[in-house]
Design a protein around this ligand. Structure first.
Ligand SMILES: [Zn+2]
Ligand SMILES: [Zn+2]
Length: 330
């Protein structure tokens, strides 16, 4: 029997429907990406590639060579040249394409993945995320939201295979996110607590959807997972804006490394989107919001029902997905 479930954090509904698993193409646990070499002479992000001639916003060096670079996104959907002011025409509202879009080139090596990076390499990536997040939220007063994300694989919208993440800072907060922030505020008003703190405490008490937990982070399959193997990495310390203390950074690197080793071992090289869900700018210290990382493993794009209703149908119960991932030895 299928089951409607509501995500207490986002208030979104999903349908967990294991009987749909037999549908053709519904869920495939096997993915194939081309085997990549360590260096691709045609890649703009490989050492010597065209991006090395562009402005470097931030870089980390080891033994005199860059190991990570942050550069402007050449195909940015927005730029600092725009102005953040709203234009009103009747009841049409628009803003010129103001914003900041950056690419984090995570490695010199063309064929690295989150499953094959060393912990040190993942710590470097997290350090770059933090440095850029702090600068973009502090130094650009017209920016309302900083989204850090990573697309991997053909089903996740990757256009470049070289390992990279993206950061896009926008002068708007979209309606869907704003609604989840509003619901979190309502929850806090009613119960006096943070909905995410309460949610992870309940999941930890139950244990059925927990994949791992270290001293600072819990990795779980959410109760109302929208799609198979949707995974959240949640800090145990309450904080609304993306933030890592020195002792938390290695714990998050370990959680990310173990999670992706498990996902890659189970599904070879799954397509996925990784997104850091953080508070809007100016609300980094509020008590009702709580940042976390969302990983959406992409098996198929949303179809008409999902697009029309916003209700996702997930054929693999998250407790089953958690059990599978928990059992994988990395
Ligand atoms: Zn490359
Ligand atoms: Zn919290």
């Amino acid at each position: 029997m299928s089951e409607y479930r509501q995500n207490v954090v986002t208030r979104e509904w999903v349908i967990i429907a294991p009987e749909r698993r037999g549908r053709p193409h519904e869920v495939s646990l096997t993915f194939t990406l081309p085997e990549l070499k360590e260096y691709d002479p045609n890649c703009p992000f490989c050492p010597g590639g065209v991006s090395e001639h562009e402005h470097t916003i931030y870089e980390l060096k080891e033994a005199g060579k860059w190991v990570l670079r942050v550069v402007p996104n050449k195909y940015a959907p927005c730029s600092e040249a725009g102005t953040p002011h709203r234009r009103i025409d009747g009841n049409f509202v628009s803003i010129s394409g103001y914003g900041i879009a950056e690419v984090v080139i995570e490695s010199r090596k063309h064929n690295k993945t989150l499953a094959t990076y060393s912990l040190h390499e993942i710590e470097n990536i997290l350090t770059a995320y933090l440095v850029r997040y702090r600068e973009l939220t502090k130094l650009h007063p017209k920016i309302d939201l900083v989204t850090i994300f990573r697309n991997y694989g053909p089903l996740a919208g990757t256009s470049l295979l070289h390992p990279h993440s993206q950061i896009i800072a926008t002068p708007i907060v979209p309606a869907g996110l704003r609604n989840s922030f509003y619901e979190a505020r309502r929850y806090c008003d009613a119960f006096g607590t943070c909905v995410v703190c309460d949610y992870i405490k309940h999941e930890l008490d139950l244990g059925t959807r927990i994949i791992l937990c270290n001293e600072h982070f819990v990795v779980l399959e959410p109760f109302a997972a929208r799609m198979p193997f949707e995974t959240w990495i949640v800090p145990l310390r309450h904080h609304a804006g993306f933030d890592l203390r020195d002792d938390e950074l290695p714990a998050l690197a370990t959680a990310i490394s173990t999670t992706f080793r498990k996902l890659h071992k189970l599904m070879h090289q799954p397509s996925y989107n990784l997104i850091i869900k953080t508070a809007p700018v100016g609300q980094e210290n509020v008590e009702h919001l709580h940042w976390y990382i969302e990983i959406l493993v992409r098996t198929a794009g949303p179809a008409g029902f999902e697009l029309g209703s916003g209700i996702y149908i997930n054929p693999i119960p998250p407790e089953e997905a958690a059990s599978l991932l928990r059992d994988i030895v990395t």
